[in-house]
Design a protein around this ligand. Sequence first.
Ligand code: IVH
Length: 665
Amino acid sequence: MNPDKQIAKLRKTINDHNYRYYVLNNPIISDGEYDVLFRKLESLEKNNPEHINPNSPTQRVGSAPIAAFKTVKHNIPMLSLENAMGSIELIAFNKRLTKILDIKSIEYVAEPKLDGLGVELVYSNGSFVYGSTRGDGVIGEDITHNLKTIPSVPLKLRNKELSIPSTLEVRGEVFIPKKAFSILNKQQKINGKSPFANPRNAAAGSLRQLDPQITSQRPLSIIFYEAGLIEGKKFDDHLSFLNALRTWGFPTNPLVENVINSSGMINYHKKLEQKRNSLPYEIDGTVFKINNYELRKKIGTRSRSPRWAIAGKFKAQQITTTINNIEIQVGRTGALTPVAKLEPVFVGGVTVSNASLHNQDEIKRKDIRIGDTVLIERAGDVIPKIVKVIKEKRPKNSSPFFIPEFCPVCQEKTYKPENESIFRCGNISCSEQIKGRIEHFASKGAMNIDGLGGKIINQLVEKGILDSISSIFLLKKKDIIGLEKFGEKSAENLINAIEQSKTTTFSKFIYGLGIRSVGEHIAKLFEIEFACDINDFINTNIDRMEHINGVGPIVAKEVIAFWANKENKTIINQCLNSGVSIKKHNIINNDFFSGKIFVLTGSLQQINRKEAQEKIYTLGGKTTSSVSKNTDYIIAGSKAGSKLKKATELNIAILNETQFLELIN
Ligand code: IVH
């Protein structure tokens, strides 16, 4: 057989086995036999590179990482779902629909609500072309390179039993199964990386990779459940569409059923809730959709959710346990947070042994004491909270808990600022605060010093080697060698990582300082406003701060207070003297933008506000938050309001989004 035919035949065989494995759940060969076929195809393609095509099963990991995510506008918006909190709301939903449609009973398709990320995949004449995230429902990000790595995503559709539409947009949920998640987190730990909070976050992080090589190592799965735009084929109802998906090779959910009216919905919901913990993946409820497409069309959609579907939410998972102790954590800003140390219990798929008690007011309101038996709850991916104390089980000798008068770390007297509910340690030399500040400064979003994590920082602060963020840059190899888990080579790596971190950006450096209320986003706004000039930022004033687009009075005050402290200025200077260097932006003065002042208002569809501001800035322009006679142009997105009105009154030139995009391109 010539290689051309041989390759085509092998591809078909492999695709057939994929189909049996992922769609029918009924493989007929072992993993080992599959590997043999796969390797044979790889070697044939290698020897006949002219036959390689992007939809071959061997081409799931495209070679190079992409430079940045492109945006994709969904042909039909990806809506979200209205929630029903319990049976009563499901009954009301069905009642409303039967009334509007004027029919006696309605057939729904009942599906598990998968707790992952909604995506859309587009097939043209049976070949996978591109795929995107849901994004804001209108515009998502192009993640074709990552979707291709998911083994159960068909790259070429099967057309034996049913012809294929010329255009098929299909929607589904990407997720990581529970077992695979727990293995993934163990691996993260072994590799010294922090574990993911839950499968959903891990899946989200995996889809946001620029490099498909990394995504391909994450155990992602996908289940398909809805249609986007379809051209060249018509369906009467959702069940036939789901059947067609299966025949074409898309994995769908075997737990899908058709149910009638609210009694059918409630039964399905209860049945699924009982099964929830035994399913191999996380679900957070049920979805009910009208089956008949004609009826769907008749009842229509709202702006964000269809009227023809509803999500039945599961109750948060609750369980009782006891509080063994209450510990006080001191954060980098000196905030004292009480944390309940619980007798470990398994709830909602994870073992829980801590619960935040937030503050003294919360402890008092719920009367929480050491030794109490408490009902805890875990809803979705939120940190467990204490619902209530079971007073009947309270030990006789217990006493109310109070946040200590003195910092448990440095013994400084604690205080509670007026109008706040959090107690603080005001000693900025408190070792826990120092540790917290250094850890934040070294973290990924800030200076990104690989290898400088909590454990080593603890040791270095305890030994008095580190006492501020600037002291990091004075570290010597000899300070590190001999610390727990540090030898010659690892010490050298850390010193190199510190050296490398010195070339940084304004926003990363400023975010790293840990000024209260200044997150990564705000730091980026400052980078633009102060044009990467630290001294300009240090000498700012309240008026200037409050005029920055996106900066409110609280942030403005915090920044001013931060610079009012001489110690902070000294530390910055020490960093700069030790060689920290802030990269300047590459400003290419553009004839149109250079020296002009812009105000952005309304919502932009194709570019987000931060990107727009950055673009204006790199072309030599400036943005401000309020319209004045100094404004040169106003860029008005949809639903622009008072600013647009004012601009019209002041006779200021107005650009719409399309005009603006043309100018920046
Ligand atoms: S249908 C217009 N079906 O839930 C209907 N969505 O809150 C929306 N989801 O963004 C899509 N399981 O990511 C549908 N069986 C299912 C689903 C499901 C999970 C997600 C989806 C969507 C969100 C809506």
